[in-house]
Write a protein that binds this ligand. Structure first.
Ligand SMILES: [Zn+2]
Ligand SMILES: [Zn+2]
Length: 139
């Protein structure tokens, strides 16, 4: 019985190997590898509706830098590196999906409420934490 199972496995293994060899011969795997390489070497994602405030690039491509202290200030990687807005702290966003809908940053150097925030957007962090017990448990 044991031998039977083993032989059976061996048969299956050779079938799988044949399938793989077929794919390799058809160049399909090579194509897949090429595709993956292309995706890796071109990380140029675009950030729809985001305009660089340094060079007016529209939309910002690649990495988007969002100022955490201004209400609406974004830079492309090139402008961020040029130091055009280096007096403020930036959020580095590679994927548009990672962009936060709202951003609240408070820095030690700042006193009082965020100057650029609208009144209706003010959020009480403790109030939010109370309403999200799962978050408290994880922490
Ligand atoms: Zn720019
Ligand atoms: Zn700023």
């Amino acid at each position: 019985m044991g031998k039977f199972c083993y032989d059976n496995l061996k048969d299956q293994a050779s079938v799988v190997r044949e399938e793989i060899e077929k794919l390799v011969n058809q160049g399909e795997i090579e194509q897949l590898v090429q595709k993956a390489r292309v995706n890796k070497s071109q990380p140029q994602v675009s950030h729809p509706n985001i305009i660089c405030d340094g060079c007016d690039a529209n939309p910002v491509m690649g990495i988007r830098y969002k100022c955490t202290q201004c209400d609406d200030y974004d830079l492309c990687a090139k402008c961020e590196h040029s130091g055009v807005h280096s007096h403020h702290t930036f959020l580095k966003i590679r994927d548009p999906k990672q962009a936060p809908a709202k951003l609240i940053c408070k820095y030690p150097a700042q006193t009082g409420p965020m100057p650029n925030f609208h009144h209706d957007q003010k959020l009480d962090i403790q109030e939010i934490a109370k309403n999200v017990p799962q978050m408290a448990q994880v922490a």
